[in-house]
Design a protein around this ligand. Structure first.
Ligand SMILES: NC(=O)c1ccc[n+]([C@@H]2O[C@H](COP(=O)([O-])OP(=O)(O)OC[C@H]3O[C@@H](n4cnc5c(N)ncnc54)[C@H](O)[C@@H]3O)[C@@H](O)[C@H]2O)c1
Length: 426
């Protein structure tokens, strides 16, 4: 695994668990040192135990040494980050660097797999780069094997994928990939061309983002016209052709994938001269979702200057410590700008949040977080927030006001308990 982040680390430990010998490499020496010492670097359910077991069995190794990682492997996964450039294009400089490093250290036939999310035709460029920088005459094949894991469920998703997509250009690499995935007998394995595999990942993420934005569009209509988005969307989702998943209105999608992947896909459409107004609208609705929520808070609390606000949830979604593009960050920024004092809580993401906000308070538990606050703003749907004790909450808040950005609290129960409640979508 070249790149030991959310994808490389979780994929690596899972392959080690399945009996393969895995070397996880990264340029970040500190990260590698921690992992070598059996210290985890990200939060994912079950990951600690998998790292521990992998190290103990000897199936899992961590290294900073690229030559070792390349030379001792038959199959090399590229799992580095592909962040957006200012114009939305995927920045492929890390992928390019890895391709050059692989070329430098090749010592025999390798299957080189792009697992990072990349625009269509990236594999061609990786192949060209390896050919250009390779010193010997070593054969290799490029494969695209996009990753569909959900952060917060990464280990589960890798071991129980709903499909495996393998984009190949010849039988040799296809057979090696099928051997690698041999334990996944009950999973549909889709063998495609490399270009199709690259497009499948961007297409899937764009579709999921579309569903979320569609739900938020319905929420906007409901709020304006007095309908209830939960009722509307539940009924829409009962149609099998539509499905109920990802039809929840809220403060929009964030994270390291959807925002950047739809931007990159938009650029791909632009390159091919294809209209991308659909994607413009998805982004627009997503931005409006969080802006409308901030406006609700500002309208209800009137003057924010000097008010203390409890923000529950910092991660972009539950069961992860990942705060990249989390709507909570935009919300905290906006409230701080108006002079509000923030006290934040998140079960797992506070350490990462402290790297962004060192001028807000953090509380060890959510009841401490709301103590003495003028309102509670809920940004992430962690399970523990669903079990809020309203009596306790009422004693701790100065005024019983809840802004629920994820619709996890029942509006009627909140009102019956004397709270002024604002959810999403009426
Ligand atoms: N996070 C997810 O949920 C998810 C899901 C599916 C696909 N993806 C895609 O997978 C890719 C990786 O995502 P991530 O979230 O794991 O990123 P990440 O930022 O968590 O990890 C990337 C790792 O690559 C390392 N790296 C960068 N350049 C390197 C180099 N030259 N040599 C060795 N290591 C290098 C970084 O130090 C970092 O540890 C991205 O393209 C992303 O879009 C992510």
């Amino acid at each position: 695994m070249i790149g030991t982040g959310y994808v490389g680390l979780t994929t690596g430990v899972c392959f080690a668990h399945l009996g393969h010998h895995v070397i996880c490499q990264d340029i970040d020496e500190k990260k590698i040192q921690k992992l070598k010492n059996n210290e985890n670097v990200i939060y994912e359910p079950d990951l600690d135990a998998f790292i521990h077991n992998g190290l103990k069995s000897g199936n899992l190794e961590f290294t900073h040494d690229m030559a070792k990682a390349v030379q001792q492997s038959d199959i090399i996964f590229i799992c580095v980050n592909t962040p957006p450039k200012p114009d939305g294009h995927a920045d492929l400089k890390y992928v390019e660097q890895v391709a050059r490093d692989i070329a430098k250290h090749m010592n025999g036939y390798k299957v080189i797999i792009d697992k990072s999310t990349v625009p269509i035709r990236t594999a061609e460029k990786v192949k060209e780069t390896i050919n250009k920088y390779s010193k010997g005459d070593f054969k290799f094949d490029i494969v695209s094997n996009p990753e569909f894991l959900r952060e917060g469920h990464a280990v589960y998703d890798i071991l129980h994928p709903n499909r495996i997509v393998i984009g190949v250009e010849n039988a040799r690499s296809r057979d090696m990939m099928l051997e690698l995935y041999t334990s996944f007998q009950n999973t549909p394995i889709k063998i495609t061309s490399i270009k199709s595999a690259e497009l499948i990942k961007h297409g899937a993420n764009t579709f999921l983002a579309t569903k979320i934005s569609f739900a938020n569009l319905i929420a906007e209509v409901c709020e304006s016209a007095g309908a209830n988005a939960k009722e509307v969307l539940e009924a829409i989702g009962l149609d099998e052709r539509i499905g109920k998943y990802f039809l929840n209105p809220g403060i929009g999608f964030g994270g390291s994938c959807f925002p950047k992947d739809i931007k990159a896909f938009k650029k791909t459409l632009e390159i091919f001269g294809i209209n991308h107004s659909l994607i413009d609208s998805i982004e627009d609705i997503n931005n409006r979702a969080v802006d409308r929520f901030i406006k609700k808070i500002e309208k209800e609390l009137w003057v924010l200057d000097g008010k203390r606000i409890a923000v529950l949830g910092l991660a972009f979604k539950p069961n992860t410590d990942d705060i990249r593009n989390s709507p909570a960050i935009k919300i905290i920024d906006a409230l701080k700008k108006e002079g509000a004092k923030i006290c934040a809580h998140d079960p797992k993401a506070m350490e990462k949040a402290k790297e962004i906000f060192n001028d807000i308070d953090y509380a060890d538990n959510f009841y401490e977080c709301v103590r003495g606050c003028d309102a509670l703003v809920l940004c992430t749907e962690w399970d523990e927030y669903k079990k809020i004790d309203f009596n306790e909450l009422k004693k701790l808040l100065i005024t019983p006001i809840i802004f629920d950005g994820r619709n996890i609290i029942d509006k009627k129960i909140a009102s019956d308990n004397g709270f002024v409640y604002f959810g999403i979508g009426g």
